[in-house]
Structure formats: structure tokens, C-alpha cells
Design a protein. Structure first.
Lengths: 172, 320
């Protein structure tokens, strides 16, 4: 009886591990999409609204899903309270604080950091060029993430269950 | 002053706080040039400032404004959003909270032969705005007759308090005074000097019944205001171009009183100029106020009526 309960527990936890890993592959494209939307909104705010950066960050931060929104809200707060001297610094600090909680990877981080280096420091046309470039980059990454999701999400989910099953079989 | 302090880099801020308070209270300009000592202007004098906040005439002892500082200052002034200052960079100055103005110079970027903006900003001239309420007090009685406001031309050499006087007239008309009831006032503020608008909101007190068209060319702006806001009095700074003259002429015949300014030492000098000369000749104005620095900034030298005879205050008092 105890053995049976143990077997069920092992099966359950192994499935959960597989499910967690699989979920990571599902989250990445969703958050990438949110980041893309955020940058497109930033483009509108900058190019058409001429909104100062900190105000644009707050606006965007509230309108995209929290995992990504937090980045912008923190950056805005750092700028407003003058704890960051430049927009680049603010964005870097926000990334440092919140990146581990996202499903995003190093490539995305690099795109955002390099955008941070020019954000707010040139005229509209130039800002638009840089934002478009970042968006194009992220689109490529998004496609890649979706392909990975298709390939690995199901696989890890079944792999977890199957590993659990293997252990259970070996146990009996 | 507080608003100015908020946008300055910490290092500049601490030097300014170390200044003797007598100097700090009369501060007119803070001039910062990249890799050059900081210069301040106060009460007609100018001086360099040492890192410890002492005044000095020796440029070598002055605190040097570095490139890093200039980037920081521009960042602070623009709220890290240079793109939002495109128009300002084209005009060469930025208005900040409190109506203070920051003049800038540096490398100009051209597009099709026109100034597109200033890229490497290396010189800043921070001009501290101080309101002189009551500057118009001495001339107000001359501006009214039988409940009408006179079309008035204020003539003055540069830096004699012309704009300050004009702003105070606008404010007094808008609030109303012992000489007249309050009026609807329209200001066309082409250079953002009169109302010192930030995001369209006047930073100077121009009165509760005042509408401001900020950064709008004068001639177009006057017509726009007449059509859209039906002002009783139009206030415009520095009339000079042909189209300005035409707009003044139109406004006067649309039943709107116009109060405007022109550079010059006296009426006869201004009358030499083509546009203004014609306006004066055709009797567009019924009052001329001539300013000078004879007894300090904003001295009212004389007030003339439309026929260019001097109007004495006693006579006005007697008339009313």
C-alpha cells in the first residue's frame, strides 16, 4: 500500500517537473509578445506623443502583462526619484532586478540593453529607427521561441510523466 | 530658484548653494560652457565661481563645467527625452517649470538648409525668471479712455523691461484694476517669453481671463485668437514684419484693442521702420509708451497720444 502511494507521488512529481519545464517554453513567446507590444507602444509615445520617457514608461508598464510591465515601472521610478542618472542606467537596473522572474533569455536582454543605450538621447527619427530595429530583432526571437515551444513544450511534459513511469516500473 | 535647482546636476547645485546669499538672491543668469569655468550674472555684474562657491574674477580658479556635467544637465532638462525637445532645440532655448529659460548653443544640424536642431549642446545660459508685479502700475491710467482700452505701442531699447511691462499690463487687464474692469486678454507668445508656457500652461501669472497661444507666429496667432477666443485686448511682443503690421491693422478694425512692443529709442526712430512707420502714420495707435534705463530698468520715459503729444498724468486724472 505504502509502495503504491509512493509510486503515485513519484509519478505526480515527475509530471509536475516536466510540466514546469514545458511551461517555461510556453511563457517565453507570450512574454516576448508583451515586450514587443511594449516597444511598439513606446514608439507611438515617443514619435507621435513626444511623451517624456518616464511618463511613457509608466503608461506602458500598466498596460502590458506584469512580468514585462514591472521592468518599465521600475525604470520609470528610478528616473523620477533620480536614483538613476540616465535612461540607460535606469533600464539596466530594472532589468537586473526583474529579469530572473521572466521567462526571457539572454538574447532578449541584450536587445533591450542596447536599446537602453540610445533611448531618449536623440531626435524622433533616430529613436524610431532604433525602436524598429529592436522590434525586428525581437520578432525573430519570437519566431524562434514559438518553434521551440512547438518542439519542446509537449516533449518535456510527456518526458516528465514517462520518467516518473520508468522509476515506478523499476520500483516494482 | 527651487525649480532651477531641481534640474541642475548635483555638483552645480552644491556650488550655487554655497554662494553668498546676497548674490544668490539676485542671480540673473547661470552660464555653463563645456570645459570652461562657470559664470554667473547677478545685478548687472558677472563673475566666475570657485568650486567652494567663492566669487572670483580669475577664470583659472573657476569651477570647470565638464562634458559629463553637460550631458547630465541636458538629460535632466529634457527628462531623459531629447526627442520631446525637437522644437525647442530648433529655436535654441528651452522653457522649464517656473518660466525660466535655458538658452543653448552647440553643433547645429541642418536639413535642406534649415536648422533641424542642435546636436552637441555645449553652452547653456540659464536665465532666472523673476516676476515684477506692479511694473505696469504707473502706465495703467494712460491706457483707458471712456471705458475703451487704447491701442498701445511700447517702445524700448533691449533690456529695458519691455516684456516685463507688457506681461504686467496683460495681468492687470485680466484681473482688472482700479482704472478699469477686467477684460478678456489674448496673448500671442511667439517666443514663449511673456507667459513662459510649459506644455501650454503659463508658468507666469498672466491673469485668470487670459488665453495664450504659445510658440505661435504672431500674425497667424493674432487672427486665430480673434476668431477663436474673442479677446477684448490682444497682447503681442515685438512687432516688425510686414504680416505682423497687417495683422495689427486687421485686429484694430475688428474691434479688438492691441497692445504691442517694438525695439527702438523713441517714436521718431520707430517711425522710420517700414511696417511700424505705416501703422503710426495711419494712426493705428492712440498711445505710445517709451521706456529707458534712465532710472533703472523699466523707467517710463514718456507717454504720447495718437497725435504724438505728451500725455501728462495730471491731465488724465483730471479727465477721469
Amino acid at each position: 500500500m505504502v509502495k503504491l502511494i509512493g509510486a503515485v507521488l513519484i509519478l505526480f512529481s515527475a509530471s509536475m517537473v516536466g510540466w514546469q519545464i514545458g511551461r517555461y517554453y510556453a511563457f517565453r513567446p507570450v512574454q516576448l509578445r508583451a515586450l514587443l507590444v511594449a516597444l511598439q507602444m513606446l514608439e507611438t509615445e515617443i514619435v507621435y506623443g513626444l511623451t517624456p520617457l518616464h511618463r511613457a514608461f509608466v503608461k506602458i508598464g500598466h498596460r502590458v502583462p506584469a512580468e514585462v510591465g514591472r521592468l518599465f515601472l521600475t525604470a520609470a521610478e528610478l528616473l523620477i526619484t533620480e536614483r538613476a542618472q540616465t535612461a540607460e542606467e535606469a533600464l539596466q537596473q530594472a532589468i537586473g532586478a526583474h529579469w530572473p522572474q521572466t521567462a526571457l533569455r539572454r538574447q532578449e536582454r541584450e536587445v533591450l540593453s542596447s536599446l537602453g543605450q540610445v533611448l531618449g538621447s536623440s531626435d524622433r527619427e533616430d529613436q524610431q529607427k532604433h525602436l524598429r530595429l529592436a522590434v525586428t530583432h525581437l520578432r525573430g526571437l519570437e519566431e524562434e521561441a514559438r518553434a521551440e515551444q512547438g518542439r519542446y513544450e509537449k516533449m518535456y511534459k510527456s518526458l516528465g510523466f514517462l520518467c516518473g513511469l520508468l522509476v515506478v516500473i523499476l520500483m516494482f | 530658484m527651487k525649480e532651477i535647482m531641481a534640474i541642475l546636476p548635483a555638483s552645480v547645485r552644491s556650488i550655487l548653494t554655497a554662494l553668498p546669499s546676497a548674490v544668490r538672491e539676485h542671480l540673473e543668469e547661470i552660464r555653463l560652457r563645456q570645459n570652461q569655468p562657470m559664470e554667473i550674472r547677478y545685478g548687472q555684474q558677472s563673475s566666475y565661481v570657485t568650486p567652494s562657491g567663492q566669487l572670483t574674477a580669475n577664470a583659472r580658479q573657476g569651477w570647470i563645467f565638464s562634458e559629463e556635467q553637460s550631458v547630465k544637465l541636458l538629460n535632466q532638462v529634457s527628462h531623459h527625452s531629447l526627442y520631446a525637445l525637437e522644437e525647442e532645440l530648433k529655436r535654441g532655448y528651452i522653457t522649464v517649470v517656473g518660466g525660466h529659460r535655458i538658452g543653448i548653443a552647440g553643433k547645429v544640424v541642418l536639413e535642406k538648409g534649415e536648422v533641424k536642431g542642435i546636436r552637441d549642446v555645449t553652452s547653456f545660459n540659464i536665465r532666472i525668471a523673476r516676476e515684477k508685479k506692479g511694473a505696469a502700475h504707473s502706465v495703467l491710467p494712460f491706457l483707458f479712455e471712456n471705458g475703451r482700452v487704447h491701442n498701445t505701442l511700447i517702445i524700448s531699447p533691449p533690456q529695458c523691461g519691455k516684456t516685463t511691462l507688457l506681461r504686467d499690463i496683460a495681468r492687470s487687464l485680466s484681473y482688472g484694476s482700479e482704472w478699469s474692469s477686467s477684460r478678456k486678454v489674448g496673448i500671442v507668445d511667439e517666443r514663449s517669453e511673456l507667459a513662459g508656457c510649459l506644455n501650454g500652461v503659463p508658468q507666469r501669472d498672466v491673469g485668470p481671463r487670459t488665453d495664450v497661444l504659445d510658440a505661435c507666429p504672431k500674425a497667424v496667432g493674432m487672427m486665430m485668437l480673434i476668431r477663436s477666443m474673442s479677446p477684448d485686448v490682444l497682447i503681442v511682443d515685438e512687432i516688425g514684419r510686414t504680416e505682423d503690421g497687417e495683422a495689427v491693422w486687421e485686429a484694430i478694425h475688428a474691434g479688438v484693442a492691441v497692445i504691442c512692443t517694438a525695439h527702438g529709442a523713441d517714436v521718431s526712430e520707430v517711425a522710420q521702420r517700414p511696417t511700424l512707420g505705416r501703422l503710426i502714420q495711419y494712426g493705428a495707435f492712440s498711445r505710445y509708451i517709451v521706456l529707458s534705463r534712465a532710472n533703472g530698468v523699466g523707467t517710463v520715459e514718456a507717454v504720447y497720444d495718437g497725435g504724438l503729444t505728451r500725455v501728462e498724468r495730471e491731465k488724465i486724472a483730471w479727465l477721469s
